[in-house]
Design a protein around this ligand. Sequence first.
Ligand code: NAP
Length: 471
Amino acid sequence: MLNVPSPAFPAPGSQQRAASGGRSKVPLKQGRSLMDWIRLTKSGKDLTGLKGRLIEVTEEELIKHNKKDDCWVCIRGLVYNVSPYMEYHPGGEDELMRAAGSDGTDLFDQVHRWVNYESMLKECLVGRMAVKPVVLAKENHEKKPLNGILLKSKVPDLPVKEISPSYDWFQTESLVTIVIYTKQKDMDSESVIVDYQDGCFRAEIVVNDYSYLLHTELSHEIQEDITARVTEKTGKVEIILKKKNNVSWKYLGHPLESHNSFTAHREKGAEIVKPYTPVLESLHSDLREPLHPHNKYIYVIIKIYHTGLFTPHFDCLQIGDYVSLSNPEGNFKKSQLQDLEELFLLAAGTGFTPMVKILNYALANITNLRKVKLMFFNKTEEDILWRNQLEQLADKERRFEVEFILSEPTCEWIGKQGRISLPLLSKFVKRSLENSRVLICICGPAPFTEQGIRLLKDLNFSQEEVHSFTA
Ligand code: NAP
């Protein structure tokens, strides 16, 4: 229906050659070639008439769109407005009209199942068919859903597009609010990256291994301070833009490349990458998350290894130089801290960095928390990161305790020394009550972490009670 292969492909008898004898092409008007179509789809023109919105389409609605200049077709549960494509269709308009206002999945499969219609008609996507509740008829016969509409129970098999976030926007006199529905629990503001430059607005929402991108040249100017709010329970992201002039916007903007797309993170190539864990500005004394002006700052602790390959380059950076940052990675979820009574943090060297936010968040938000203990392994006293702040916090906050262990102490050191070991852990990581809900977080050089995990297992802590950070 969408494109006709050359007579040699697919091979005769191939599964892809479903219609025997092939089908005739109709002559296309000038400027209506495949390349012209691709150019049109990349032009940013609103091809659906919905200004980038995706909607749920009911059967009743689908049927209404059955004319050449208003033609919607459903293929495997996704609905496309194919009117703009009519003149580009090598099989002709009449052929395309056979599926107008209906489910064209069977017809499509008969003619050329192999065509990548998802990519070809990406900009014509209107939305998905509304899922109807399945009624069980008598004698256990399931009512067959309309071809192409998948039942909720089949959701894990759906293509990525089916589980992808969607967005909407609305405005008041002075604000424009973009709402993105990710349908993901446990989302937090660190998964939202917003940028505005030269009239182009870009919001990237990280959902597990995927990124949802809104990228658009806004129809009107906005002020620079953009606010993002995340409702953790539902995964709803609200991005609030302040209008520069109090005028009514007719549409959000012109979509730019990859606008409203949901794609898997690309494999990293040969470039050198190194993960760093963002920390806070400090271990704030009032134990509340410090307010970064407009969420514009990221704080990282970087240890320069003078004989290393990567960090000496960092050491040479000047103010005003650029580094590129990837999306956040990692699998720690705040929900692991919920209802916790005791939290143990085992850190070695810069393995302290993931503990900063956990410590801060747990003390400020987990009401049942009775104790947080940090066991911090370093070579020398000079290596202890944020020692003053940690000692001050331990003085102020009765639930927090810190212990420093050095592997290369000077003779003046009166604290504990050595490496991670069973005798050290068995004294330090102990439930204060038999049934206490505990979590132990561990991070440091890989062999340190591996050994720690083994020792904690020997001490009968379950897998769920131990979270290790690995680079
Ligand atoms: P370091 O100064 O070399 O070592 C810190 C402490 O760990 C020292 O007391 C050291 O003892 C001990 N240690 C090292 N290897 C050990 C082993 N095999 N068994 C027991 N103890 C051991 O550490 P660093 O240079 O800061 O490195 C920190 C590491 O943490 C890096 O590998 C980094 O990639 C990792 N990290 C991971 C994350 C994450 O999120 N996954 C975040 C931050 C850092 P000795 O003096 O005896 O060696």
